[in-house]
Design a protein around this ligand. Structure first.
Ligand code: XMP
Length: 508
């Protein structure tokens, strides 16, 4: 398989670069700048992309790489900091500008393989303070902006290309074309990264590593574990056992839908552990959000591992870990941070033949594409992020069975209206919250004193910051009418118009 290396110098768009490359059907992997040259050589990459980064090449503590990388004969594309680093490494002159160039800028290019099929003038996204004053010997200037004398340069003989702007962000009008030019015209890639190939290869690989042993997978009903379950089922059928712990804090009918999907569409052993009562007991009288989270997490894993302990011939333990969970980041100089936040630790007394992570090479959108190809229903494949503690953190204060039912009903109406109006994929997350507030209302000639429901809907790319969704008033009005008419014990609906920060997405 053709591979592109995205060499990570700590920039904020590094995952985006790899995703863009993969969108163009070429496999890209991200490695931190601390990866040894020998490892790069051994991987036979078709090309290397140096990412951006927050540092200045003048800072001795900033991430650097051995200049030998420029002599490997492997095509290189430097982006932003990566562009300055190539200049610095190859003996050119980088300077610090008195002010930063930031935002959408008009870029003018000269002929270069990188700019084939790109108009001479186009908009690019810039975000830099240092700039290239003089390119290194052997490099030609291939583009400039009003403030940036060397916005692009190349050394065609060595197949080294560099741009000061960010072609990976959509604000760069022809950025995708430029990346395609690098991959196909400069690196000579064919584009063999397609999900059909991935599925076929992965199924073969899984069959080989699993042999005649069994596999156990924890199924949460989320996208990643569902797709992992689908893939493993196609590979080894009944050798797979999925354990689905239903804590009773899922959305309306969600547990039944998960069970139906995996028992009817896939060949596997499916264990659903219905333990809502156990969770309700453990949560009785608890109001503190963190305490609730802790209890739900602890109970969940206790039930999960107890169920697994009962299984004979356990074989392998599979997880739905995806690529962003495993990437080593090149941020910072000394410490390479490895994030494993979605990996589950196995208790010491439960032994497995090994761990399987069949999705660990895939980004979320690729996981979804695989899910669709495997025939997993769209509702599951496109499911929004749903917190592990479920509705437990969407009911403020003490959780009771009555409150869960009220919230589930309202949330179901919201989801139905959002789907009807085409908002399912457009919004990052939408849901109802039960703030544990009763308000006075009037129904017919009677006074009511019932629940208030809040609607939360956000747009965001990364969930670190978020904006409240500007859903048209007539749709909000329809949602409110339906909730108050169709759901018992709700007499008021409010819409949360707070950004994150200062609020968070969830209310607890
Ligand atoms: P916040 O509320 O922190 O949410 O702005 C950001 C994203 O994280 C999800 N979230 C959670 N996910 N366990 C999870 O698995 C949790 O305890 C939890 N709390 C928040 C939230 O739904 C949003 O997608």
């Amino acid at each position: 398989m053709e591979k592109i290396l995205v060499l990570d110098f700590g920039g904020q768009y590094n995952q985006l670069i790899a995703r863009r490359v993969r969108d163009l059907q070429v496999y890209a992997e991200i490695l931190p700048y601390t990866v040894p040259l020998e490892q790069i050589k051994a991987n036979n990459y078709k090309g290397i992309i140096f990412t951006g980064g927050p540092n200045s090449v003048f800072d001795p503590a900033s991430p650097h790489y051995t200049p030998e990388i420029l002599e490997l004969g492997v095509p290189i594309l430097g982006i932003c900091y990566g562009c300055q680093l190539i200049c610095h490494m190859a003996g050119g002159e980088v300077k610090t500008a008195p002010s930063s160039e930031y935002g959408k800028i008009t870029f003018k290019h000269a002929p270069s393989p990188l700019f084939e099929e790109v108009p001479e003038l186009s908009t690019v996204w810039m975000s830099h303070t240092d700039y290239i004053a003089t390119p290194p010997a052997g490099f030609a200037i291939t583009g400039k902006t009003l403030d940036c004398p060397v916005a692009a340069m190349d050394n065609k003989d060595k197949k080294i290309y560099a741009v000061q702007f960010h072609p990976e962000v959509t604000h760069s009008e022809f950025g995708k074309q430029m990346l395609a030019n690098f991959l196909f015209r400069v690196c000579g890639c064919q584009g063999d990264w397609v999900m059909d190939n991935f599925i076929e290869q992965k199924i073969q690989e899984l069959r080989q590593s699993i042999g005649s042993q069994n596999v156990i997978l924890g199924l949460s009903g989320g996208v990643d574990s569902s797709v992992a379950a689908g893939l493993l089922s196609r590979a080894v059928g009944k050798q797979l056992t999925c354990v689905f712990v239903d804590h009773g804090l899922m959305r309306k009918n969600e547990g039944d839908e998960v069970e139906k999907t995996f028992t009817q569409l896939f060949d596997m052993n499916f264990i659903r552990v219905n333990c809502a009562d156990r969770f309700m007991k453990a949560l009785k009288g608890v109001t503190d959000p963190e305490e609730k989270r802790k209890i739900i997490g602890t109970e969940f894993f206790e039930v999960f591992w107890d169920t697994i302990r009962e299984q004979r011939d356990k074989g392998f333990f599979a997880q739905g870990t995806i690529y962003p969970d495993c990437i080593e980041s090149g941020k910072g100089d000394a410490d390479v941070i490895k994030t494993h936040h979605n990996r589950v630790n196995t208790p010491g007394d439960v032994q497995f033949a090994g761990i399987l992570e069949p999705l660990c090479d895939l980004f979320k959108d690729e996981v979804r594409a695989v899910g669709e190809k495997l025939g997993i229903p769209k509702a599951l494949v496109w499911r929004q992020p749903f917190p592990g503690p479920g509705l437990g953190v969407r009911i403020i204060g003490e959780i009771t069975a009555e409150k869960i039912a009220v919230l589930q009903d309202a949330d179901w109406v919201l989801r139905d209206e959002m789907a009807k109006n085409g908002y399912e994929k457009e919004l990052a997350q939408f849901f109802c919250v039960l703030p544990n507030v009763s308000t006075v209302g009037v129904m017919g000639d009677h006074r009511t004193y019932d629940h208030l429901i809040a609607i939360r809907a956000v747009t965001t790319d990364d969930f670190m910051t978020a904006d409240w969704a500007k859903i048209p008033f007539d749709i909000l009005s329809q949602v409110s009418n339906r909730i108050t008419n169709e759901c018992a014990h709700i007499n008021r609906v409010v819409y949360d118009i707070t950004t994150k920060p200062p609020a968070t997405v969830e209310w607890e």
